[in-house]
Design a protein around this ligand. Structure first.
Ligand SMILES: O=C(O)CC1=CCC(=O)O1
Length: 96
């Protein structure tokens, strides 16, 4: 199942730089692993914002929830989710 996810990162302004850098590095490592595994299909920066638009490919809403909760930046993000289904005019066989 595909989900469109918008994540807006809101790190506290008083978070020590070292802690922020560690969180971002851990987030990157997990995000890249999930992309290699095919779970995190697309990851785009929203221009001008500390936010991204992503497409996740997971079994169901519970699997998406579990994946998002694992993200190191999860406690510092606002997350909006939209479930996606196939468009009848799509030419992409993997849109499901
Ligand atoms: O920078 C972001 O948008 C948050 C994030 C998601 C994956 C990653 O590496 O950073």
């Amino acid at each position: 199942m595909l989900f469109h996810v918008r994540m807006t990162v809101k790190l506290p302004t008083d978070m020590p730089a070292e802690q922020a850098a560690r969180l971002k590095a851990d987030e990157k490592e997990l995000a890249q692993r999930l992309q290699r595994e095919g779970t995190w299909r697309h990851l785009w920066r929203i221009a001008g914002l500390y936010a991204n638009v992503s497409i996740f490919d997971v079994a169901d809403a519970q699997a998406l929830h579990d994946t998002l909760m694992q993200l190191p930046l999860y406690p510092y993000m606002d997350i909006e989710v939209m479930a996606l289904c196939r468009h009848p005019s799509s030419i992409h066989d993997d849109d499901r």
